[in-house]
Ligand binder design. Structure first.
Ligand code: MN
Length: 494
């Protein structure tokens, strides 16, 4: 089941078998062997053998139904950075996809993360754009971060604080964007725990103390609903979902209220079984009718995420009604299928379709959907954009230097723009570029994610026609200034 701790390869194999999905166990075993040998003798700060970390990351990804190559890349994700294993070796043994994923995860680790909130947001955008060629890279990175957060206790306090901050500003919003809600919630709670240990402790204690009272209120509230639903012959599960410590704190901060006044500490969630997706919507509204017959509806807080699902795939019907104790209670109504999507994002789609198509095509379809979301902003994506105050889809591209440095440029920028961005001298003497290891002219336009190397020659001098393919203001200004200087001696002679 989700969250089961995996400490040995045998346990991972057990979990793979239990998934009953067409995994290539042979390939995964080979990946494990390479990783085990590479990390031999290495320990984590916790004192555990290093291999327990890639195993745990692979295990998290199994919960999200990721494919064979992703599991292999997860097992190998720290080998290139921390051991003698090379990308070429991985490419030969496991293919291009696995090698590219390991490379991508390593590169994300090299993106400098600064402390200011706006710049963090900028980093998210860079990561997303540069890595959106293979979204699996980001998902591995999220699983990697989740395991690091779960084991953060053994790190030095100053490191804990830095990692927790990054997690809150970058990785949790990323998980949200991809619809990986269970990861998002856990990341937020763990990060909050290390950023505000005292507040975390206080809120946790208050939650525990109010448990009995809350349970009694929930019983009072839910009993009449359940009785009514039972008479309809529905197969369902109803439970009180407690808000996470982090989201309670968030509410206290944004609404400036003490813990005691965060009225919607819990939401009731009703998950029903239904074999026919075409009937799901009608059943949701039937349940809605049952609840609003019993309790007074809050007129402005019904949310129909079924007719218009959120961009990240979330579907449910939400309503808020007044409970018997006079407090507002949110009720979330979902089918089993919607519930899976809510917890696991689009990965759940794949799970539901298994058996109809082959493994690869379904996964690819899911990855394409995610990529579409990244490429096409929709109004329903705004909630994410608001949270981190960034414009994901600005007309900018991000390219890499051979050393992995990121350079942000306006869309349409050329190789020569990169040269000038690096240094004016490099710009003046630029003769050509290598884009993704292929030789191209300096007028060549770049795409996001390109790796760009600049070739220079001392005999090169700036040309007036360069202005035609320069896009950045800085480069244009520099070029004009130099051309003016070069003309002056000629004019003086004349
Ligand atoms: Mn790692």
């Amino acid at each position: 089941a989700a969250g089961t701790a995996v400490k040995t390869f045998e346990q991972l194999v057990e979990k793979i078998r239990a998934s009953e999905k067409p995994y290539d166990l042979e390939k995964i075993t080979q990946a494990y062997k390479v990783a085990e040998k590479a990390h031999e003798g290495q320990l984590r700060t916790s004192g555990d053998p290093y291999i327990t970390h890639p195993l745990a990351v692979a295990s998290i990804l199994l919960d999200y139904c990721m494919d064979t190559d992703t599991i292999c890349a997860a097992l190998l994700h720290d080998t290139v950075e921390d051991t003698d294993v090379t990308l070429d070796e991985l490419r030969k043994k496991f293919g291009e996809d696995v090698a590219l994923m390991v490379d991508g995860v390593t590169k994300i680790g090299l993106v400098p993360l600064v402390s200011k909130e706006e710049q963090q947001a900028e980093n998210i955008r860079k990561i997303l754009m540069a890595m959106s060629k293979d979204i699996r890279v980001i998902i591995i990175k999220l699983a990697d971060r989740l395991h690091n957060m779960r084991t953060l206790g053994s790190m030095a306090p100053n490191k804990q604080y830095k990692i927790a901050g990054e997690t809150l500003y970058i990785y949790a919003p990323l998980a949200h964007r991809l619809g990986l809600f269970a990861i998002k919630t856990e990341l937020e709670d763990l990060a909050f725990k290390y950023e505000h240990p005292k507040t975390y402790e206080t809120i946790s204690r208050k939650i525990a103390e109010s448990e009995a009272k809350r349970a009694a209120v929930y019983t009072d509230f839910s009993l009449p609903i359940k009785e009514k639903l039972d008479t309809l012959g529905l197969k369902y599960e109803a439970k009180a979902r407690l808000k996470s410590v982090y989201s309670i704190w968030n509410k206290m901060e944004t609404k400036h209220v003490p813990f005691e006044e965060v009225y919607d500490l819990y939401a009731m969630r009703i998950v029903f079984d239904c074999d026919d997706p075409a009937r799901e919507k009608a059943i949701c509204w039937n349940i809605y009718a049952v609840i609003t017959d019993l309790y007074r509806l809050h007129p402005e807080r019904t949310r129909d995420w079924i007719s218009t699902p959120k961009a990240n795939g979330y579907q449910a019907l939400h309503l808020t009604v007044m409970g018997p104790d006079g407090n507002w209670v949110e009720v979330q109504i979902r089918s089993r299928r919607m519930d899976e999507i809510a917890e696991k994002g689009f990965a759940a789609h794949w799970k539901y379709k298994i058996g109809e198509g082959d493994e690869e095509s379904e996964l690819n379809a899911w990855l394409r959907t995610i990529k579409d979301i990244l490429d096409n902003p929709e109004p329903s994506a705004i909630d994410f954009l608001d949270t981190v105050k960034l414009n994901l889809f600005a007309s900018e591209i991000v390219v890499f230097t051979p050393k992995g440095e990121l350079i942000t440029l306006p869309a349409g920028a050329s190789v020569l723009d990169v040269a000038f961005t690096l240094h004016s001298e490099i710009g003046m003497h630029c003769i050509a570029g290598k884009v993704n290891h292929k030789l191209v002219p300096l007028s060549s336009r770049l795409n996001s994610g390109d790796q760009v190397e600049i070739l220079t020659s001392q005999s090169q001098s700036p040309q007036p026609e360069w202005a035609d393919f320069l896009v950045t203001a800085h480069a244009k200004t520099r070029l004009r200034a130099v051309l003016r200087k070069m003309r002056q001696p000629i004019m003086a002679k004349g």
